[in-house]
Design a binder for this molecule. Structure first.
Ligand code: FAD
Length: 410
């Protein structure tokens, strides 16, 4: 059947992975439609990003044209191992390098990247929800929203970590595993820039970022992974615990977050009078299990369709740059789609090289050889009963500097 107004590509989701894919495809001359549901959650969400890969895909970012999505340039990274009454910290001050890390406001980042996509010719449909994929003769040929059908040669699912379509369309093999999924709670606190500078002993728009590996006694000794990011006029604190722990030991992740805020290392930052301007919860599946085995349990491609970003579990939870993996998957997906277009073959045979690239290059090469990720995973899973343990210092050091030869692959 020939459909009027058929695009080359439809992308479901205007998150970082969807926008990265859209930009690269439009730049190569493909017609791209991005569909995104109403999205209020991003308002005050913050994150960290390194500029190198972002600029490779979106071009040089001019700080004054960035609509304030670049908040503070990171001048100090700290990694803490916290127990109920103890703490160990290693810090690192990056020297000025090409690849600088910034704190970002997610909403402003997405606005800036969407604008860059529009300039490249990408078409957007906002406030529309894709309910299902349209499949003809075993191949995905389009999508169905509440009131309309849209057709394309290929559909890219970039729906983020909830994976609703990925699951309902049978692209996910089995349920998300509670042992390899973290449940997070995050709070955003508003403060004037000068107060933030006083509180965290920084100046200008210099930023400090902190990660916390926690082992607190709740119902059991529960491990958590937290973060604190400074923006210009607010700061965010979040923590994740394994979904399995939350279910089995009935631990509320919000209670765990309050426990983190009261830790003697952090309590000075949280004054009763501070205004909380957002609280959120979300889940993140990990691409590796605790033994460092790859657990991609989605099919990353089928005839006429690819899955990118957090929808395919491609999120590096322990990273300082939380957008790296979604952007890498966007880059590989775009390359495979451009090649499929040149052959006019959108079957899985033509797209399967995407899955191979993700497993061989992104996970095997990039993730498993990434010292920061490996040491992060080790810090998260090991129990350091004695905080002066030299392994703890080595692992914290490796985590903040990402230098060394350590590998924790079993
Ligand atoms: C509060 C919060 C904090 C986070 N912190 C971290 C972190 O510290 N580290 C980390 O690795 N990750 C974190 N994440 C997850 C993070 O969002 C992803 O790692 C990253 O943004 C993935 O990008 P993505 O493009 O794959 O998905 P997303 O950025 O989630 O984008 C998906 C987009 O698809 C849209 N969408 C979904 N379903 C549909 C549909 N059916 N129809 C139309 N549109 C749809 C959504 O509205 C959204 O805009 C966090 C998420 C949240 C919510």
């Amino acid at each position: 059947m020939i459909h009027n107004n058929k695009r080359d590509v439809i992308i479901i989701g205007a998150g970082i992975s969807g926008l990265g894919t859209a930009k690269l495809l439009a730049q190569s001359g493909l017609d791209v439609l991005v569909i995104n549901r109403r999205n209020n959650i991003d308002c005050n969400l913050s994150g960290l990003i390194e500029l190198a890969l972002l600029e490779e895909i979106f071009g040089k970012i001019q700080p004054d044209s960035s609509e304030n999505f670049l908040q503070r340039k990171i001048i100090e990274k700290r990694a803490y191992y916290l127990q109920d009454n103890d703490s160990t910290m290693v810090n690192f001050k990056p020297v000025d390098s090409e690849n600088q890390t910034y704190s970002v406001l997610k909403k402003n980042l997405k606005t800036y990247l969407s604008q860059s996509c529009k300039v490249q010719g990408v078409e957007f449909l906002f406030d529309a929800v894709v309910r299902e994929l349209i499949i003809q003769n075993g191949s995905v040929v389009g999508v169905r929203t509440d009131d309309k059908e849209y057709f394309s040669n290929i559909v890219v699912i970039a729906e983020g970590p909830k994976m609703i379509l990925t699951k309902s369309q049978g692209l996910r093999i089995g349920e998300v595993s509670p042992s390899s999924t973290l449940l997070f709670a995050e709070e955003c606190i508003q403060l004037p820039a000068n107060k933030i500078n006083q509180l965290f002993d920084t100046d200008g728009y210099g930023g400090i970022t902190m990660k916390f590996f926690t082992s607190f006694s709740c119902e059991s000794q529960t491990k958590g992974f937290g973060y604190l990011n400074l923006n210009k006029h607010n700061f965010s604190i979040g923590v994740g615990i394994p979904l399995k722990e939350s279910i089995e030991n009935k631990i509320n992740v919000n209670d765990y977050l309050q426990k983190l805020k009261k830790h003697k290392i952090l309590s000075e930052y949280f004054n009763q009078n501070h205004k909380v301007i957002g609280d959120y919860s979300y889940i993140l599946p990990m691409p590796l299990d605790v033994s460092n085995r790859i657990i991609i349990d989605s099919r990353l491609s089928i005839d006429g369709c690819l899955v990118v970003g957090a929808a395919a579990s491609l999120a590096r939870i322990f990273d300082w740059d939380l957008y790296h993996m979604p952007l890498l998957s966007a880059k590989h997906a775009a390359n495979v789609i451009i090649s499929a277009k040149s052959k006019n073959d959108f079957s899985n045979k033509s797209l399967i090289s995407y899955q191979n690239k993700i497993i061989n290059e992104v996970l095997e090469k990039d993730l498993l050889k990434n010292h920061e990720f490996s040491s992060g995973l080790k810090l998260f899973t090991s129990s350091y009963s004695n905080l002066s343990d030299s392994n703890l210092y080595d692992d914290l050091n490796l985590y903040v500097t990402n230098k060394g030869v350590a590998s924790v692959r079993s």
